[in-house]
Write a protein that binds this ligand. Structure first.
Ligand code: FRU
Length: 340
């Protein structure tokens, strides 16, 4: 299923909504009308409870995210209890987890949504007066206290610029997509297509939703290669799918005639695992973009809320970094806590 893709206006909407670039706390946006409980007040001498509903804890990026979050929470043991539950990628399970958390009257709810459909559960928690900190996957409603995450439109744009530059404005890109019903996918696609629009010599084949999973990316690429369509680049919405596509390509390439077309570029997003950086060093992947994990900042903001300090900004945007062969070693030095 392939079709030429035109940029949607959603990306522009998100850009307009972003309050700050970088992780500073400048500016002053009202944090909403509810989610205002004074959670810092421990009842009966008990410490307040901060809860975290994680979308899934299986993939490398989430493993780094969980470890960062836990490490930050460990520094606040004297201030609050911390409880985390993994929804295993299932929105129904995440709704249940949040509802169960709510029975415990948490002081702050941190949530990394599985997908857009958990919106009403998050709205309910916010309406009940619990400060809500959304991590990574942005939701469409305004019912949250703070959003913390990377700028996915900007990452998509930077990926687009890298590809347009490498292809010198001409060629065919296969875009392997993440989960369709989430903000990061829409934005990584939107930012990329914004740049492609300025490069009419590049055709983008809109690939399937491969769920941000390596195996699905690999299986999709295997099927795609069987069609014999020429491509100059694979842009995958995360590194796991880029790795899957590369592995599929390497198996397929063993059968292609010697001296035939050169390998396509492979570009991913996340830069959270040494495997990816090693593949960049080995020339198996061409670039990735850091998608910073938002958990430590989330815990820090939760601790501030408990002290009665409402964040000034409703959106805290964490910066990205481009990683290529030239910068791979430096990136490893700067990021010692990557997943395997
Ligand atoms: C992990 C993940 C990351 C991606 C993010 C988008 O579950 O798929 O690879 O960057 O979620 O929300």
């Amino acid at each position: 299923m392939t079709k030429q893709f035109r940029i949607g206006s959603f990306a522009l909407g998100l850009v307009a909504a972003i309050v700050v670039a970088g992780c500073s706390n400048s500016g002053g946006t009202d944090t909403g009308t509810s989610g205002d409980a004074k959670g810092g007040e421990a009842k009966g001498g008990k410490k307040p409870l901060v809860v975290f509903s994680q979308a899934n804890s299986q993939d490398p990026w989430r493993k780094v995210f969980d470890a960062d979050t836990q490490a930050a929470a460990d520094t606040h043991k004297a201030d609050f209890e911390f409880e985390k539950q993994d929804a295993g990628g299932d929105p129904a399970k995440q709704n249940n987890i949040v509802d169960t958390f709510m029975v415990k009257k948490p002081a702050v709810l941190l949530i990394s949504p599985t997908e857009d459909s958990v919106q009403s559960t998050v709205d309910k928690a916010f309406d009940a007066g619990v400060p809500v900190i959304i991590l990574d996957r942005n939701l469409k409603s305004d019912k949250f206290t703070v959003y913390i995450g990377g700028d996915n439109v900007e990452i998509g744009r930077q990926a687009g610029e890298f590809v347009a530059d490498k292809l010198k404005g001409k060629g065919v890109v296969l875009m392997i997509q993440g989960i369709a019903q989430i903000g990061p996918t829409r934005d990584r696609r939107g930012g990329f297509m914004e740049i492609m629009k300025k490069n009419p010599g590049i055709k983008v084949i809109e690939g399937d939703d491969c769920g941000y999973q390596r195996q699905k990316g690999r299986a999709y690429m295997e099927t795609f290669l069987q069609k014999g369509e020429h491509i100059d680049c694979v842009y995958a919405h995360n590194d796991e799918m880029a790795i899957g596509a590369r592995l599929a390509y390497d198996s397929w390439a063993k059968t292609k005639p010697a001296g035939s077309a050169k390998d396509p570029l492979f570009v991913g997003i996340d830069a959270c695992q040494t495997e990816v950086i090693d593949m960049i060093k080995a020339g198996k992947l061409d670039a990735t973009f850091k998608y910073p994990t938002p958990g430590a900042k989330g815990v820090e903001i939760a601790a501030e809320i408990l002290k009665g300090n409402k964040p000034k900004d409703k959106k805290i945007i964490l910066p990205t970094v481009k990683v290529t062969k030239d910068t791979a070693d430096q990136y490893l030095k700067d990021n010692p806590n990557l997943a395997k």
